[in-house]
Design a protein around this ligand. Structure first.
Ligand code: NAP
Length: 303
């Protein structure tokens, strides 16, 4: 029986493992793919305290080694279900069933893709899913944001203070995001709105050079840009927990800053919970909080 099983070896999960091991708990981390989560796709991290520049891969590898060196077991198996029994919890993978006193759900969220050719290949080479992470690389350059929700609106506003021109491309003629942010956007003189249109093609050599934008009646326009920020929603990876864990209408785990879910002894950390800022620093922060809460839960239940 493990004290804590962490599901997901991204920044939140690995940080949880570090905190749990430093509290001398028996820890298993289960990961379906490779360690590091989404951060491994980031070429250069500039906004994590202390490290001025570090690649996402190096950051993830350091974190992975730190958790391993402290004695966390890290196993690459896909979790397909979790169960809450009176005395213990069960985590069922594609290979076996593990028992634990507590579970930390740290599975993250994946960016929804546009699904057009070269989208994956150009990630970090003109394509980004995060203006807060990558906006600074586009100082005085021309960028476009695609999407009509609050994320797209806020990314456009953020980028308008950095880039020379921001095209905001939305597939309808009204935004899903807040009217107030739309008003703020309209006050800016370097934002151009393109409604009723989709990005249909990415043109690149080594890096993105231009995009094809197609409107509702099928007319196309080629826009020369340096960067495209795709903000068409995210997909939290909570599908396998939905039977017992309360999720909001977008699929995020209902939990506040204490990382408690609706089930005592099951905690959540990182991008798969409801939160206002999804960043590396908030993910690692959640990992620390969730592990500390799990340790407290074990202590209380053993009294
Ligand atoms: P979202 O609200 O789901 O919006 C996604 C947007 O992308 C929609 O406008 C949608 O168009 C568009 N879209 C989806 N698939 C597309 C595709 N294949 N091609 C082109 N456009 C596509 O996602 P979000 O903006 O990431 O926000 C997620 C949640 O977080 C929301 O509840 C949001 O309010 C919240 N949030 C809140 C704040 C804040 O309160 N400050 C900040 C950020 C996010 P349609 O409109 O046509 O469906």
């Amino acid at each position: 029986m493990y004290d804590i099983i962490v599901i997901g070896a991204g920044p939140a999960g690995l940080t949880a493992a570090i905190y749990a091991r430093r509290a001398s708990k028996k820890v298993l981390v289960l990961e379906a793919k490779t360690y590091g989560g989404q951060i491994v796709n980031t070429l250069d991290i500039e906004n994590y305290p202390v490290e001025r520049h570090i690649s996402g891969f190096d950051f993830a590898t350091k974190l992975y080694n730190q958790a391993k060196d402290l004695g966390a077991e890290i196993v690459f198996e896909k979790v397909i279900d979790i169960k809450n029994n009176d005395e213990f919890k069960e985590v069922i993978t594609n290979k076996q069933t593990y028992k634990a006193k507590t579970i930390i759900l740290a599975t993250g969220a994946d960016n929804r893709k546009l699904g057009i050719d070269n989208e994956d290949k150009l990630l970090g080479k003109g394509i980004s899913y995060c203006a807060t992470c990558d906006g600074a690389f586009y100082k005085n350059k021309i960028v476009a944001v695609v999407g009509g929700g609050n994320t797209a609106l806020e990314e456009a506003l953020y980028l308008s203070d950095i880039a020379s021109t921001v095209y905001l491309i939305h597939r309808r003629d009204e935004f899903r995001g807040s009217d107030r942010t739309v008003k703020d956007l309209k006050k800016k003189n370097n934002i151009e709105f393109i409604y009723n249109s989709n990005v249909t093609k990415l043109n690149a050599n080594e890096t993105l050079e231009s995009i094809e934008v197609t409107n509702k009646v099928g007319q196309t326009n080629n826009l020369e840009i340096d960067g495209l920020f795709i903000a068409v929603g995210r997909i939290p990876e909570n599908q396998n927990f939905a039977k017992i864990i309360e999720l909001d209408e977008h699929g995020y785990v209902k939990a506040g800053e204490d990382c408690h879910t609706n089930i005592p002894g099951i905690f959540v950390a990182g991008d798969n919970r409801i939160k206002s800022l999804r960043q590396l620093v908030t993910a690692t922060s959640d990992g620390a909080v969730a592990a500390t809460e799990a340790v407290k839960y074990i202590r209380e239940s053993e009294k």
